[in-house]
Design a protein around this ligand. Structure first.
Ligand SMILES: Cc1ncc(COP(=O)(O)O)c(C=O)c1O
Length: 357
């Protein structure tokens, strides 16, 4: 897949690259940023021309509306260095779709698709040397939009800035995580902003997550806001269970983020003949599956880790332990299938790779 329409995006190059500052053996997530960033402003009902400039601080009024009333949205996506030396941005159109949904929910303007796609392509092409080469590593890309109008009244901003920055990240091996089924706090209620990738969702989840950490868990497993009965998602990940050999994940709703990894894993599972069910997962059902020895795997899915195995689920003060895998399970098979497509080791059967020429 590649773009047909090309926008002229003026580029102001750095005089000297910061590449030598990077410790490629220790790519702490989000520590190093590539030489350039894309910016594009919106005012008076129109987007101005996008431009690529050296990575640097933003100038904002202290009363920019984003700083007070939360009109901030973002995406998290990756570009991969492929086996043949090409670079591939994974599913950028799907990420644009989600950013547009987030924008609509937060009363923010939609970033035109051609600015989003061509901006990503130009930025990644320009900073190609920042795409790490080591197996499992990638360039993490963060497009985001903030309300910039200077006004201290609660109102829909009339001005916005769209920005894309990128950071090289290492391969992500994770020990199985301990998650706590959250029965008191709520991440997202029906009718709320759970399906949007907006800053407020993350700010509001910090306190419950902090509490869970103090209790010895890594993450919260959110339940529905009404009854605290059905599993929704976990931290910055969607969640899957394998019960009786069926890959089960809660269905999308307005309180769950439509994860691009979730969608990709489901499509690969169907392609590879793994039985799949998108249906509500009752906490009681999970307990019964543990009691009957019918649950074999649980994992989170997200852009950062692809899949993150869950080792322990805490439900109402009792820890339920997942069995140790004897052979590669459904999660690791799907992870390998996805990674093989992204790194160009297998055919891109679903047309997901956007190649940067
Ligand atoms: C709340 C939440 N759920 C799920 C996900 C997984 O989404 P994706 O697979 O698109 O990274 C993320 C990460 O972006 C997230 O922040």
């Amino acid at each position: 897949m590649s773009i047909t329409k090309s926008l002229p995006i003026p580029v102001q190059r750095v005089s000297e690259t910061r590449l030598p500052e990077v410790d490629w053996d220790d790519l702490e997530f989000g520590k190093y940023f590539t030489d350039h960033m894309l910016i594009c402003d919106y005012a008076d009902g129109d987007w101005s021309d996008a431009q690529i400039i050296p990575f640097g601080d933003l100038r904002l009024s202290p009363v920019a509306l984003a700083l007070h009333y939360g009109q901030t949205i973002f995406e998290g996506m990756k570009a991969f260095g492929m086996e043949d030396g090409a670079v591939n941005i994974f599913r950028p159109y799907k990420h644009h779709e989600r950013l547009s949904l987030s924008a609509e929910r937060l009363c923010m303007p939609v970033v035109p698709q051609e600015i989003f796609i061509e901006g990503l392509r130009r930025l990644v092409e320009l900073d190609k040397a920042w795409v790490p080469a080591a197996a499992g590593s990638a360039l993490y890309i963060r497009p985001f939009m903030i309300a910039t109008e200077a006004r201290l009244r609660v109102k829909v901003s009339g001005a916005y800035r769209f920005v894309i920055v990128a950071t090289p990240v290492g391969s992500y091996f994770q020990q199985p995580v301990r998650v706590k089924v959250e029965r008191d706090f709520v991440r997202a209620a029906r009718g709320g902003t759970g399906y949007a990738k907006c800053g407020g969702n993350y700010g509001a989840s910090m306190y419950p997550t902090q509490r869970a950490r103090e209790e010895g868990y890594d993450q919260v497993l959110w339940t529905d806001g009404k009854e605290h009965r059905f599993i929704e998602e976990s931290g910055a990940m969607n969640v899957f269970f394998v019960v009786d050999g069926v890959l089960i994940t809660p269905p999308l709703s307005d309180s769950i983020l439509d994860g691009v990894t979730r969608d990709s894993l489901l499509k690969l599972a169907v392609r590879d003949g793994i039985p799949v069910a998108e249906r509500p997962v009752d906490v009681e059902e999970l307990k019964a599956a543990f009691a009957g020895g019918r649950i074999s795997e649980a994992f989170g899915s997200g852009t950062a880790a692809v899949i993150s195995p869950i080792g322990v689920i805490g439900i109402d003060d009792k820890d339920y332990v997942l069995p140790a895998a004897e052979e590669p399970g459904v999660g690791s098979r799907l992870k390998a299938a996805l990674e093989n497509i992204r790194y160009g080791k297998a055919n891109d059967t679903e047309d997901w790779n956007f190649l940067v020429k």
